[in-house]
Design a protein. Structure first.
Length: 255
């Protein structure tokens, strides 16, 4: 009888010891996890790298600064979702994607909106817009010579991030969007006259009369045809009239 009681007490003692050891082990594991978490989240801890593709707006350093991650890359503190939230929060960004590359590289792919037109506002400053009429920036003057200005039309009051609802502006943007890049780059300014006709001034120095704003359909293709024919030819053009089906090109008189 005494033998079984002693064995029972011994089993209970071992069970208590095992429980204490298990609890101590669990506590030690928790301490190690907390210590490890604090260690990898230190400001001076560096882990991994961020590679940004196709962006003129963001550098790795600027992205770290905006996200508040500090000067060093630490992918334990800079998550993919946080990076995308930061990048996509900029109105100048059309789309962004991010993905990890084993073992510790975060690739960020950015598609930026391209400014295509300056439009004056009722307050005399300029709205710099993309092909969808979204305002990317507000400027006191024309600070980007590669982007044409639209004269003769005011877009009212506008703020960065707005999408302009002016029908004339939308028609002009639709026309520009139909042009090939090399032809679009040759347009320095555009103007809507009193008869609501659009005139484009190319960098060669002559005007191109495109006709009524409401009749611009097909004018981009017509301009591209004439542009391709004139490309490489050493001719002095006084003006070009594309109001009608058959384009008219007046050459400067030779002195």
């Amino acid at each position: 009888m005494g033998f079984y009681q002693d064995k029972l007490q011994e089993d209970r003692r071992r069970s208590r010891i095992n429980t204490v050891v298990w609890l101590l082990g669990l506590l030690l594991f928790a301490v190690l996890v907390v210590a490890g978490w604090k260690y990898v989240h230190r400001p001076d801890f560096a882990f991994g790298d961020i590679v940004i593709h196709n962006s003129k707006l963001f550098t790795k350093e600027k992205l770290l600064q905006i996200t508040g991650a500090g000067e060093k890359v630490n992918l334990f503190t800079v998550s993919k979702s946080k990076v995308l939230e930061t990048v996509q929060g900029d109105v100048r960004v059309e789309n962004a994607e991010a993905r990890y590359e084993f073992p510790s590289v975060l690739h960020v792919y950015i598609k930026e909106r391209t400014p295509v037109l300056y439009v004056i506002t009722d307050y005399g400053n300029y709205a710099k817009v993309d092909r969808t009429a979204m305002v990317l920036d507000m400027t006191d003057g024309i600070k980007d010579a590669s982007v044409p200005r639209l004269a003769g039309v005011s877009c009212g009051n506008a703020f960065i991030g707005d999408t302009l609802q002016n029908d004339t502006v939308k028609e002009v943007l639709f026309f520009l969007d139909k042009l090939k890049p090399d032809a679009r780059e040759q347009i320095a300014d555009l103007s809507v006259d009193a008869d609501h006709k659009l005139v484009a001034y190319v960098r060669y120095g002559f005007p191109v009369i495109l006709g009524s704003i409401n009749e611009l359909a097909g004018k981009a293709d017509l301009l591209m045809t004439v542009f391709d024919e004139m490309k490489g030819k050493k001719v002095q053009i006084e003006y070009m009239d594309l109001q009608y089906t058959k384009p008219f090109v007046r050459l400067k008189k030779q002195e």
